[in-house]
Design a protein around this ligand. Sequence first.
Ligand code: XMP
Length: 519
Amino acid sequence: MAETSSDIDNEFYQAADAFFHAQHGLALTYDDVTLATLYSEVIPRDTQLDTTLAPGLSLNIPIISSDMDTVTESRMAIAMALNGGLGIIHYNMTEKEQLSEVSRVKNNVHGLIHDPVKVTPEQLIGEVLGMIEKKKYSFSTFPVVDANGHLLGLLPSNVVKQRYAKRKVAEALTPRKQVQTIRQKEMGADAIARADKFFTDHPGIHKLLVVDEEDRLHGLFTMSDVEKITQERNAQFKPARDSHFRLICGAAVSATRNAFGELDRNRIRDHVSALVERGADVVAVSTAHGFSKGVGETVRVVREAHPELPIIAGNVTSAAGVEYLASCGANAIKVGQGPGSICTTRIVAGVGIPQLTALYVSSKASRKKGVTLLADGGITKSGDIVKALTLSQAVICGGILAGCPEAPGHLMEIGGKMYKQYRGMGSLSAMKAGSAARYGHTSNATQKVAPEGVEALKEVSPSVDQVLTQLIGGIQSGMGYLGAANLSQLRERARYIRVSPAGMREAAPHDVVEMKAGN
Ligand code: XMP
């Protein structure tokens, strides 16, 4: 029978099983391969990027910010969730601090402010000004309540001024009968739509207070928040929210050991329960070596205590590692040992697998066990994400986000350029700050151990919004070339071929004097 054009294509551009088996014995990473185009009717901007990582945990874009102390605290987690992704708050802080960080994300604007900041009639306006200054509030309108929480009025921003500092709130407030309110039970199933209609029907009113039958204050809508949320509903990639319309947030936990070196089950259980109470949507048991007893037992402890909680665990690079963590109760497995931009595990320990091969091998077990894979580390450009997503459900990024203003850490100027600190969680300084358990060491022994990460700088980058817009644009382009309308079609349609060193050079701008970077 005559060879068809498709036969020729399939001989050279192979689907994952044929391709990786043909590379038997050779470990490949993103730049070693390229994806082949396919006939397409898919317009990149119409592609869907939603991904389900676990029952009850779905993202609108497949990107997660890494649980590193120079990448994800509440500010980064808020920005990630607002863009449809997820941030995992790191654990190089006290448990109490981590709980506050989770609360900050969960309490970020979600339309109805359940516990608005209130003032009392006896307070002086000067005291209110002092509170605004101390707490760095960006608003200056406050409901006024009595000792029992009954609404007495609203202190409008136009009287919260230094010239009225000596006056009492009682003298300056807008009285109760002029304040617009809604009863809790009148809000209905879609409180935002109800508030939106109220603001349309009442020009000039920007605040709507929620009260109960006894006129006690229970919440506050502001027009700007409601407008933001209404706009969001029309955006292509909506913020990732929980069933209460709060932004989603993850938190990292470690396989904590007690003074005798035994797994501290009670402490792990209490820590995770406190995180869940604050509204954490997922916990990540984050270690360098996930295919180990301590990590598996930690996952089991969490799973027993919280049967429904989405659990991420890792890191592994083998099918057996995926199977082990899945059987311990994890839903999503982090794949990656040594690909990170600040990692030295492969150099120090001589261990680790280039990322694409690690993902392929792991994917054989993830499919069997019904768990998802997160490609963790080594992402330097959107094309890497497209390749990673052919074998995983989401990527975890550190370095690519570490220069954003939303990442923790100070700016520093060197030779007229601005930089931000970015360090491996296995670097000596990060381990001293608390992450030693991730690398199987105790904190006080850090002087004696070999670090597996470096301390580095990243040139400052634009905001998370802008970085993600570029990455998402690239992912959508890749999907358009493959004729994939969504991420499961991307996984089905991917066909790979190896790239020679000359091919790699050809892929980047060459033989030109670049005047403006392409990103
Ligand atoms: P990127 O490439 O996005 O990688 O900067 C971030 C990921 O790297 C892992 N990580 C480390 N790996 N030593 C390591 O071998 C370290 O010190 C270290 N710190 C972070 C982690 O998986 C992260 O998401």
